[in-house]
Design a protein around this ligand. Structure first.
Ligand code: ATP
Ligand code: MG
Length: 347
């Protein structure tokens, strides 16, 4: 079967380390493998508006930041089609017909939506657009006939919902749509990277992020105030490694080479963990190692960002060209979709 890759991000701010390890890293891997017929990266502005409809400028401004982050992170515009969701009106048509195939109860059961609803405190004023965003996400994936979706673990319920819609549509209207599967990170620590405050997920909405565009000074400050083990007060105290974000980030970002380069006293990360658990290793010590590793990781990304930033017209042109290409595909696929639905009256 043809392999088509599609992923995206909501333009609600800049991209952070969670995006990188959760999804961008896989995109880079896929792009260098090259064993796909198309790879799309969508900036999900319509979806971002479902819970930011009162702040359209934030979404507008974030589009530039996100495309810069992609390019800075190494996503190659020669191998990937970047596009803007709202500029593909065919997506709205798909969503409209999919809404017939999904019940309210089913939408309310979605665990990711459930936790986002609690976080956003909509109470009795849940916007319908927000509740239905998993349906519009099913449209994003299926309109482009995507088979492989590089995402973090929070997106699994969305893919499950998408495949349910695909099966229902195909059984009602004949085999038309294709099912998709998630491409999760190889390293389990990266399924859902926690925030610098130790909270469950690094997320733009929670303000606990290290951004790909953070300067060396910003990074230093964020690492300095990072959550560790609140009971590890004196250097000699035994410390916890589980739930200690410094160790979580070391698990996500250190490899044997970078570890050796920035830690001279311990053979491996495992040795350092054991010593910390026993007592005698200070937080400043582990934070210094982490700072150096993250700073080395971010240095080329910052440099590429600066380079692209010099010519924003070129950056926007990349996005415009990609959007035009995606629109062409969308028009073609919509025609087949409508035929399946028997609403192709004049063909
Ligand atoms: P928002 O708060 O606006 O929802 P977000 O930080 O959750 O923003 P999204 O744009 O919703 O980011 O997520 C885009 C992609 O990045 C998804 O595939 C998601 O799984 C992945 N992702 C986001 N945060 C993390 C994280 N902390 N760990 C792993 N993957 C993540
Ligand atoms: Mg999100």
């Amino acid at each position: 079967m043809e392999k088509i890759i599609l992923t995206g991000d909501r333009p609600t701010g800049k991209l952070h380390l969670g995006h990188y390890v959760g999804s961008i890293k896989k995109r880079l891997e896929m792009q260098s493998l090259g064993d796909y017929s198309k790879m799309y990266v969508m900036i999900a502005d319509s979806q971002a508006l479902t819970d930011n409809f009162d702040n359209p400028d934030k979404i507008r401004d974030s589009i530039k930041e996100i495309i810069l982050d992609y390019l800075a992170g190494g996503v190659d515009p020669k191998k990937v089609v970047f596009f803007i969701q709202s500029m593909i009106p065919e997506l709205t048509e798909y969503t409209f017909y999919y809404l017939n195939l999904v019940s309210l109860a089913r939408l309310e059961r979605n665990p990711t939506v459930k936790s986002e609803l609690t976080q956003k405190e909509f109470r009795n004023n849940i916007p319908m657009g927000f509740l239905c965003y998993p349906v519009s996400q099913a449209a994003d994936i299926t309109l482009f006939r995507a088979t492989d979706i590089p995402v973090g673990v929070d997106q699994l319920p969305m893919l499950e919902q998408t495949n349910e819609i695909v099966r229902k549509f195909n059984s009602l209207y004949g085999s038309t749509l294709v099912e998709c599967k998630a491409l999760l990170p190889d390293n389990e620590t990266c399924f859902r990277l926690p925030g610098t405050d130790g909270k469950n997920k690094m997320s733009k909405s929670l303000g606990n992020c290290i951004y790909l565009s953070d300067s060396e000074e910003e990074l230093r400050e964020k690492v300095r105030s990072m959550y560790t083990d609140p009971d590890h007060i004196k250097v000699s105290d035994p410390g916890k490694v589980e739930g200690n974000v410094v160790f979580t980030y070391l698990d996500a970002f250190a490899d044997s080479e970078s570890f050796k380069k920035y830690c001279n006293d311990y053979e491996s990360l495992d040795e350092l963990k054991k010593a910390y658990q026993k007592g005698g290793v200070g937080d400043m010590y582990i934070k210094k190692i982490l700072f150096n590793i993250l700073n080395e990781f971010l240095t080329p990304i910052r440099a590429r960002r600066l380079e692209y930033q010099k010519d924003m017209n070129n950056v926007m042109e990349i996005l415009k060209k990609g959007t035009e290409e995606a629109r062409g595909v969308a028009k073609e696929n919509l025609a087949k979709f409508k035929k399946a639905l028997r609403i192709d009256y004049f063909d």
